[in-house]
Design a protein around this ligand. Structure first.
Ligand code: ADP
Length: 421
């Protein structure tokens, strides 16, 4: 009797233990599934760089991976008072990147507007019981709306999904979509900062172009009239007057170089439309011809590998080589310049290196020197305007490559750049 009782009791216990294990297993299984979905979302977002690419990836994947009927991503407009539908995947918008009549919602309006206002995610189990629900073309009985919110609590937009059945969404949906929304926020912040940078760079370049273009004419006038003064009235000036005049001519000359280089910089197209095949060997020959006098004067030794044929624009590759070789000859102390040009094929790109035995560039300036007007020396030490390397960077960027510099051993600099094959 006791034995039987004991065995029933142990069976019950065993049963309870198994149930607990089963529950634990189920929780782990769901967790594993969530992690896998989040991982897939994060991976699919990695190659997306623009705001459009990001929101469409989210809308499409939410439907595909979470088994939802639809998904809409809203983003705040620039005034911060409206939400605009930026991506919508589902039966109403089956075609990607095509939204028919994008919805515009005032912040605070409807369930989505409320979530954008409070920054708190919401599940509505039965939309018939929620008077904020706005009927679009067909009634959906449940809805989930998750704010896209940054680390600093700034709401960028809302991810929203509706379903024909009531009580469709639960806490698991809320958790998983909230994590996805956090990843989206981080990615969107990055894309928005890039957009902003791109716009301000374009505005700056436009300004540089207009300013340098329009400055040319009055500058030419100052230069020519100063020359006329010197030629015709030289004798009427005392020593100080002559000195002032020469300062004036020197200033005009310098400014004219700056304006010319700036104009050159802003004319260097970022996106090269009509790319050709360019034989770098011919480019080198042309540059060595152009720099013939400085090479001869300095007794420079220039060695080079056999250079490949790449895709680009001949005149721009000439500019790139000319700036790098010109600098290697210029930034020298007492050495006879020795320049080596090497090239290696690496996977789908060429890696070029231009090394010299000049004065070198200390590590702290190795990034800064590619900025426009950045120079490390004054004009008395080395002539220049600080635009050459900014142009090199623009050219290499436009070809999809990278440019950087390192210290050479025992002395000097090595400039590296890559060009996709
Ligand atoms: P610029 O030659 O007109 O000064 P660049 O944009 O070509 O302008 O170069 C920017 C700065 O980078 C230079 O003023 C110089 O300080 C440094 N630099 C460029 N090339 C070299 C080099 N080969 N060796 C040492 N310093 C260099």
């Amino acid at each position: 009797m006791t034995n039987k009782y004991h065995s029933i009791e142990s069976l019950v216990k065993e049963n309870q233990r198994l149930k607990r294990l089963e529950k634990k297993y189920e929780t782990l299984r769901i967790k594993e599934l969530h992690l896998r979905i989040i991982n897939e979302f994060a991976t699919s977002l990695i190659p997306q760089n623009t705001v459009d690419e990001i929101v469409w990836t989210i809308a499409k994947n939410t439907v595909a991976k979470l088994d939802y009927v639809d998904c809409v991503v809203y983003l705040k407009d620039e005034t911060g008072t409206f939400l605009i539908q930026k991506a919508a995947h589902g039966p109403k918008n089956p075609i990607e990147l095509d939204i028919k009549n994008p919805i515009r919602l005032k912040i605070g309006e409807g369930i989505v507007g409320a979530v954008a206002e409070t920054g708190i995610p919401e599940i509505v189990h039965d939309t018939r019981l929620d008077n904020r629900y706005i009927i679009d073309d067909a009634s959906r009985f449940s809805e989930i709306a998750i704010p896209i919110i940054t680390d600093s609590n700034q709401v960028l937009g809302v991810i929203d999904s509706e379903h024909p059945e009531p009580n469709f969404f639960d806490d698991a949906d809320l958790q998983i979509l909230s994590t996805i929304s956090n990843i989206t926020a981080a990615k969107l912040m990055q894309a928005m900062a890039q957009d902003q940078l791109k716009r301000s760079n374009e505005a700056l370049e436009q300004f540089a172009y207009i300013a340098s273009h329009d400055l040319q004419e009055p500058l030419r006038m100052i230069g020519s009239y100063a020359q006329l003064l010197e030629r015709k009235y030289q004798d009427s000036f005392d020593a100080q007057g002559k000195e002032f005049l020469s300062f004036m001519m020197e200033g005009a000359q310098r400014m004219s170089c700056l304006v010319r280089d700036l104009l050159n910089y802003s004319r260097t197209n970022k996106k090269i439309e009509n790319q050709q095949t360019v034989d770098c060997q011919l480019v080198l020959e042309r540059v060595l011809q152009d720099l013939h006098f400085s090479i001869k004067e300095s007794n420079a030794l220039i060695e080079s590998d056999k250079l490949p044929i790449i895709r680009g624009q001949f005149s721009q590759i000439v500019q790139l080589f000319q700036n790098l070789i010109g600098n290697a000859l210029k930034f020298q102390s007492d050495n006879i310049p020795h320049l080596q040009i090497r090239v290696k094929k690496e996977y789908a790109q060429y890696l070029f290196s231009f090394s010299d035995n000049g004065i070198g560039i200390s590590e702290e300036y190795q990034e800064k020197i590619f900025q426009i007007f950045k120079r490390l020396h004054n004009r008395n030490e080395f002539e220049g305007t600080g635009i050459g390397l900014a142009i090199c960077k623009k050219i290499v960027d436009s070809l999809g490559g990278k440019i950087w510099v390192r210290q050479n051993k025992p002395q000097g600099s090595i400039f590296y750049f890559t060009i996709p094959d």
